[in-house]
Design a protein around this ligand. Structure first.
Ligand code: SOE
Length: 381
């Protein structure tokens, strides 16, 4: 695969919900060919292929994996399918980019790490938020020894008991929901920016709706069903939660996650305090990075490649004053991934299966802490 151009790389997408089209669009903006798609039924594959202008609709995953024009598979299915689909893609010698969380539990994600190591292919997890240019810039900013890390990831699309999607079911997405679905984005991001590992956690989680009124039929992420027929469905996954954090090296912090905060559509924020300065960023205003100072005026750095470090400038496609946002973060994440596939890795590593596994270990510690009401160490491996 060395020295391939983007347009020589053939990708197949698995999943036609919220993420499948988002991946397709980002890949195309890089000039990578999306050659086929597989939905959860043959009919959905055909519909998605027609809607997205993808040449081939697969009837089965085996058919996709047998397609020699496909070098790489993007898995954007419900989490319960990740492990088996990644295993089959690796066995077929395809590169894999899997949506987060990587797997349903640490036994599965550990197995995927080992299989990826034994393979000859690239294996990544879509922790795309790292790839906002100013998050890369934050990672390259000097604030001295880190003392504190705090912030939140807050949404409102699951506020009502009539809001429903596969993610609310533990059987589809895993025992944790808000923490796994959005909290791990925050944890991955602050880990990337600070370079610090969380060593132990103390969590308090809450399920607001112990029963949800599930509309008959499927409901896409962030959408409302129009079906008036509802089925009462017991829910065990959390809608919100707080997690106290202790990092290696002594920093402490706190994360708040919620998928039920009216008006907050999709907002991730962090504030990191160090011995020589602090950093704050907000995904709803992603083109500005706040840098706090004790003995000088604070500064607000705009996303302008001319003002950024080489790594952040490398992952910026437009000049200052030209906003880049959520879809661009997918494009930049995939760029890092496919530059590694081409054998020409760029300055920022793509999130690996090890990173994905680390997030699952964090989730397991968070759940255990919540269940036992005590500080819990995050397993190392
Ligand atoms: C739903 O909460 C969701 O689509 C997450 O699964 C994504 O990772 C996040 O980017 C937006 O919200």
């Amino acid at each position: 695969m060395n020295a391939m151009d983007y347009h020589d790389i053939g990708v197949a997408i698995v999943g036609s919900g919220f993420m499948g089209p988002a991946h397709t669009e980002a890949l195309r903006r890089l000039g990578i060919s999306v050659r086929g798609i597989l939905g959860s039924s043959e009919e959905k594959s055909t519909r998605a292929a027609a809607q997205l202008g993808i040449p081939r609709a697969y009837a089965t995953y085996d058919e996709l994996l047998a397609d020699e024009r496909i070098h790489s598979v993007h898995i954007t299915t419900p989490n319960k399918h990740h492990h088996s689909m990644v295993v089959a893609a690796l066995d077929a010698g395809k590169h894999v980019l899997c949506e987060k969380p990587l797997a349903m539990n640490a036994a599965e994600s550990r197995d995927l790490v080992n299989r990826a190591k034994a393979s000859q292919v690239e294996a990544g997890v879509n922790y795309n938020i790292r790839f906002y240019p100013l998050c890369i810039e934050a990672a390259n900013s000097c604030i001295g020894n880190v003392h504190s890390v705090q912030g939140s990831y807050v949404q409102d699309w699951l506020l009502f008991d009539t809001d429903y999607n596969w993610r609310v079911l533990a059987s589809e997405g895993g025992d944790l929901r808000a923490v796994a679905d959005i909290g791990t984005h925050w944890l991955d991001l602050v880990g990337y920016v600070t370079g610090l590992r969380v060593e132990s956690v103390f969590a308090d989680l809450k399920t607001i709706h112990l029963v949800r009124n599930r509309p008959v039929g499927e409901v896409e992420t962030f959408s409302k069903s129009t079906n008036a027929e509802l089925v009462e469905t017991p829910i065990t996954t959390e809608d919100q939660g707080a997690v106290l954090l202790r990092f290696a090296g002594g920093a402490t912090g706190v994360l708040w996650v919620s998928q039920a905060t009216a008006g907050r559509k999709n907002r991730l924020q962090f504030e990191i305090g160090g011995a020589e300065g602090s950093l704050a960023w907000d995904s709803e205003n992603p083109n500005e990075l706040w840098r706090g100072k004790r003995t000088q005026a604070n500064e607000v750095l705009p996303k302008d490649p001319g003002l950024l470090s080489p790594a952040a400038a490398h992952h910026t496609s437009y000049p200052g004053g030209h906003a880049e946002g959520y879809p661009d973060s997918f494009k930049q994440c995939f760029r890092a991934f496919y530059d590694a596939v081409r054998g020409e890795p760029g300055p920022v590593a793509y999130p690996s299966f090890e990173d994905g596994h680390r997030e699952i270990l964090l989730c397991e510690a968070i759940l255990e802490s919540h269940r036992h009401g005590r500080w819990t160490r995050v397993e190392e491996n």
